[in-house]
Design a protein. Structure first.
Length: 195
């Protein structure tokens, strides 16, 4: 599982950097101390927190929170996969800021064509929130939002994180390549995020 989170974090960071023009941070190789607290077969996962640590200075360079969906879907190749939410706070955009991303846990599923990417969200059985337009640069492995200092993206990210913090449940619907629109359920209660 540690390998999964590390792979997801690296893929997430690469997608963020390539899709949104983010620069590199001043830290060297990040985080040899990631620890996952959930198992692949645990459908009742809760928030898991990790830190990125600069291996030269020992300083924390990033904080991450992960949450796995309680349900899985069947991919177009016959396997099942879950969706993961990642929230990060780091200086990937040259100043510390929040970022948000979703990706498939095993990577057996992919998001549909970039022209139909984005997602719908429902918090605590409220109304469907269809305002989440995303910067994605054509990758179908992750959907990400980062603060680019322009167009109110930081407010948009913080708004989504605040909704996660104040809700008990969240449902996210995405367009899965070769499968169609599918909804993933999350028990998001208890998110501790003060960044």
């Amino acid at each position: 599982m540690n390998k999964l989170i590390s792979i997801f974090a690296i893929a997430f960071a690469l997608v963020v950097m390539t899709s949104c023009g983010g620069g590199s941070s001043n830290s060297t190789q990040q985080d040899n101390s990631r620890e996952a607290q959930y198992t692949q077969d645990d459908p009742t996962t809760t928030w898991t927190y990790t830190t990125d640590v600069d291996d030269l200075t020992g300083k924390t360079t990033g904080i991450n929170a992960f949450l796995t969906s309680t349900n899985s879907i069947e991919s177009n190749i016959g396997t099942t996969d879950r969706l993961i939410i990642q929230i990060g706070y780091n200086s990937i955009t040259r100043k510390p800021s929040n970022m948000f991303g979703i990706a498939f846990k095993k990577g057996d599923c992919r998001f549909a064509d970039k022209n139909s990417q984005g997602f719908y969200a429902v918090f605590d059985n409220g109304d469907v929130d269809d305002t989440w337009t995303l910067c994605n640069g054509g990758s179908n492995k992750a959907i990400v939002m980062i603060s680019d200092g322009l167009s109110g993206s930081e407010n948009k990210i913080n708004s989504f994180i605040n909704k996660l913090k104040n809700a008990k449940t969240c449902r996210i619907q995405v367009n899965v390549d070769g499968v169609g629109m599918k909804t993933f359920n999350f028990n998001c209660e208890g998110l501790k995020w003060d960044y």
